[in-house]
Design a protein around this ligand. Structure first.
Ligand code: CU
Ligand code: ZN
Length: 367
């Protein structure tokens, strides 16, 4: 079928919205009609050409939500009409990592996905007879996409898809970091560095776990206001003395849990230093630039601080994302304030511009 899609033709250039060819789903694959898709930092990062593993041409987008239109041979997890959230982090349910409760890093289709192919090593996207690669296994800047069934989370059809799409990446990543990776204890003190989509999700997750004090650190007053709306009890502007100020606020000890959601390694260091002696846990969610390293004084670790990383919030997508969407429907998670702009696919480059200007949290493309 012919579909409209936003193609990254060349790194550092605007995406080109155009007609491309999408083939039918093969065995284990599903055709999804996209209803909404968030514009995320990772899309812009890849488009810029800074990502060393990036490739072009490809159809970008990975924060999608839509409806199953057709199922390929042998598909058993989904049926036509199901409402789904796309998962760049799949859950096959069978690999050694899926069988372990300790990680969400499914191994089954990783290799091909990283190269821009579906699990069988081919693509369903083409233009003028030449294959186009899939981005993050999702390629959701398009009216339709074909994806493996293991990379789609079936959600309650009552959930509006323009909100549900945020659970495909940033929001779920932040929520999961607090709910799952750190598993924040009730009554604890948390500090979240960065009030973008991931940081705000972590604030909300800490609140859901019953944290008593949630401090959010960011440079923008406007974002800090959003953090308050998500449950931050204290907010502060970041800076060189952020750790000092946090120690002051916490009787000289630091926080039980800290979260880093900026990708800046200097901030990561602050997040480690702001964690409490004895048991403070620093969860790193931000993605640092290539070659950058985290500088930590080992004594901080000997004296009981711990550091861990979190990819997609440690969530096993097919299992955990529907639960988060349910909690949203139950009124536990306030999604609306994150959606700052609604745009058409044709305006996808404007979505990048808004993000670059740090105007609002999320632009959502509506199809
Ligand atoms: Cu993303
Ligand atoms: Zn797996």
């Amino acid at each position: 079928m012919k579909i409209q899609a936003a193609v990254l033709e060349e790194f550092g250039k605007p995406l080109v919205v155009q007609e491309v060819e999408l083939a039918e789903p093969r065995a284990g694959e599903v055709l999804v009609r996209l209803v909404a898709c968030g514009v995320c930092h990772t899309d812009m990062y890849t488009a810029s050409g800074v990502d060393p593993s990036g490739y072009a041409p490809t159809v970008l987008g990975h924060e999608g939500a839509g409806v199953v239109e057709r199922c390929g041979e042998g598909v058993s997890l989904l049926a036509v009409g199901d409402h789904v959230v796309t998962l760049f982090s799949p859950q096959c349910g069978e690999c050694v990592h899926c069988l372990s409760p300790l990680t969400n890093l499914c191994m089954s289709i990783r290799e091909q996905q990283n190269l821009g192919y579906l699990p069988d090593g081919t693509t369903r996207l083409a233009r003028d007879g030449h294959p186009l690669r899939h981005f993050m296994g999702t390629s959701t800047f398009a009216q339709y996409t074909v994806m493996p069934e293991i990379a789609l989370a079936r959600i309650d059809p009552e959930a509006p898809l323009d909100r549900a799409c945020l659970f495909a990446c940033g929001l779920a990543t932040g929520l999961g970091a607090a709910l799952k990776t750190a598993s924040v204890r009730a009554g604890s003190t948390c500090v979240v560095f960065g009030a973008g989509m991931v940081g705000l999700g972590a604030v909300a997750g800490a609140r859901l776990r019953g944290a008593e004090r949630i401090v959010c650190v960011d440079l923008a007053t406007e974002r800090l206001e959003l953090a308050r709306g998500q449950g931050a009890t204290d907010v502060m502007h970041g800076g060189e003395d952020a750790v000092e100020r946090i120690l002051e606020m916490t009787g000289g000890f630091g926080a039980d849990y800290t979260f880093e959601a900026t990708g800046n390694v200097a901030v990561m260091r602050q997040a480690v230093e702001a964690a409490r002696m004895g048991w403070g846990l620093c969860t790193v969610c931000g993605v640092a630039g290539r070659g950058e390293t985290l500088d930590v004084v080992p004594r901080l670790l000997i004296t009981g601080r711990r550091i861990c990383g979190s990819s997609f919030g440690g969530l096993k997508g097919r299992e955990d994302v529907p639960v988060l969407v349910r909690r949203y429907l139950d009124g536990e998670i306030d999604v609306d304030p994150f959606i700052s702009h609604r745009i058409a696919l044709e305006d996808v480059n404007r979505g990048f511009e808004l993000m670059h200007a740090q105007d609002g949290i999320r632009s959502v493309i509506e199809f």
